[in-house]
Design a protein around this ligand. Sequence first.
Ligand code: ADP
Ligand code: MG
Length: 771
Amino acid sequence: MLELVNIRKVYKTENFEQVALDGVNIAFRKSEFVSILGPSGSGKTTCLNIIGGLDRYTSGDLKINGRSSTSFKAEDWDAYRNNTVGFIFQNYNLISHLPVIDNVEMGMTLSGVNSTERRNRAKEVLIKVGLEAHLYKKPNQLSGGQMQRVAIARALANNPEIILADEPTGALDTETSVQIMELIKEIAREKLVIMVTHNPELAEEYSDRIIQFSDGRIKNDSNPYEEIERSNDYQLKRTSMSFLTALKSSGRNVITKKWRTGLTAFASSVGIIGVALVLALSNGFSEKISEYESQMLSGYPITINNGKVNSIPTQPVLVDSEEDKAYSNKESIIAYNAKEESSRQKIHENVFSFEYIDYVNGIDKEYINGISTTRSVSLPILKTEDNVATKLNMNNVSFTTYPVSDHDSDSTAYLEKNFDLLEGSFPSKETDLLLVVDEYNRIEETTLKELGFSRKEISLKDVIGTEYKLLPNDLYYIKSGDTFAVNGNPVDLSNLYKNEKGKTLKISGVIRLKEDAAVSKLPSGIVYSDQLSQDFIAKAQESEIVKVQESVDYNVLTGELLSEETGSNQTTKDNMLSMLGASSIPTSISIYPMNLDAKDSIKSYLDKWNDKVSEDKKIEYSDMASMMTSMIGSIVDMISYVLIAFASISLVVSMIMIGIIVYVSVLERTKEIGILRALGARTKDISRLFNAETFIIGAASGIIGVGITYLLTIPINKIIYHLTDFDNVAHLNPLHAGILIALSIVLTLIGGFLPSKMAAKKDPVTALRSE
Ligand code: ADP
Ligand code: MG
């Protein structure tokens, strides 16, 4: 059955070698009761541990059913311990947090026997050792004799061929010892039992054979076995414990320490809560921002300005050298050229061409809610008060063209969508004007006065139908010598007012921005159709003043010389011409997109122009709404990253904490690790057990963290609503919640990895000896 051939065991300690076994040769029969006697330190336990595969021999061979074990791998030894050997220890070595029946089942659990069979066999052996009344008790609720019976039942449970007992009665009183010996003798009828004892009387009385040890050698063998066994095929069934079994087993261990586990999980969930809250909030804020953006769309158009692009103003960079920095102590003033400066700063200048205007007009009408064009033409408009005509001072009234949905007709869809008509009607002709009031129905008093209303409060009805006269250039400007003058004589103006060449403009309605519409770009004052200014421009190009202005270098109204530089504060010829209505190129175009997607389409359409033209013909547009929202968005993102970084620190802290907890758990369960190894657990099973434990803690902390976050969002949302009127801002994305739980599991597994590796590496003999 079992043969020790010249076994030597040498323990190497730091500076000397201890020979525990010195050439031991024994052969055992298939079934017999062998007692090993000998003084303390003579190598009995060492011999038993080597026979049981708990400890490795230094040299020699252990033959099992004739098969040499020299080539055994770690897994083979684990399997050997699991299927072939049953251990009974002096101090019982039961797993204290498991009930009796589970202790007995453990060996079978490790070898992957299914749960019903496990339970049945465990009950069977427990009945055999006389413990049917104590199946579900914990070991510490039993007497010493009963505990040793549990150990015997556990040794028998996997039906091994060899039972090894190391002083099984050493801790028991005489009477109980006798009972245990009877039980072991009974077992020895069909199995090989090898028992180490201090008690020669018990050995004499019960065993079939007594081997005396002394100084690691056999001094005497009462009944040696000389037959030589032929080698036959000895098959080992490898053990296999599933992760699920490990999880269940660890689950039970975790439950016995529920307070500690609970607190640990809670403490490590703090990091998860932190990250989850930040995610929930930044998520919510980003959503609110994009909601806000789409609301603002109607109010904030994409604007394209003719001339220098209004980018963020940069400090003039005077000199590049190191010494001349900003805010220096220099005691002099330095002149710089604005033009050179702006070319150095690469300020782009948009130059509108007819092609570009056509290109802009080519935008798919589906995307556009409205387009408004601003021209710098100053319309010569007259008003009458008590039959006295005066000219309107354009500096006091804002005259803006209203956005149109379809560029070729004067459709008022944009106005109707965004404005309430307080009185009158929306424009039906190009000569119809609208008066825009603010949300309090107010208009600035100089504007009102300029428009001919000198009272503080005017009824809406009185405003409707108010007429003005738009004069052609030829009537308005009078030539005198080389220059032109504006006719300021009230009598002449009153006559001009009646001239048929003038165009009658009429206020057709009063409008106000809708309450639910977002900010509008239309200022309060007069809005009119772009068609009116286009008609005016067409005629103005034929007027005399324009023709003269085109041919001379001086301002035809003042006689001053015109500047040649564009972009300076002085008036240029181009400025003059467009002021007189000779240029049909607008100074700015505002495009109001239908929705967010349409805005992107319009932008990419505008970008396409820049792709195909040379650098100086590129046109830059600005999109205030997305500039603002992306600025807010990136601030929110930045804050979120910082907060997540802080919260992540607590995640790392909790990871380390889990590592410590598992380490403590490993220390605490050292004995259990030894027991499990004695029962045939592989190193893999041990690390699995601890990994299962960290998995449980990690999952628990993730779930607790996410759960608490969901609860916290309720009061947080109440507070935010109270402060900002934003409803339901904090909400955790379920995907994020899932990821966080997974992250928590992964981090705790990492934290517990080293300790559980350490547990797996523990030497079973040392582990068993620990208290
Ligand atoms: P017994 O069980 O007969 O009392 P052991 O087999 O436990 O004796 O010990 C045999 C000898 O080997 C003793 O001298 C003991 O000190 C030594 N020994 C046992 N285990 C170790 C070990 N892990 N490291 C060093 N020496 C050991
Ligand atoms: Mg011993």
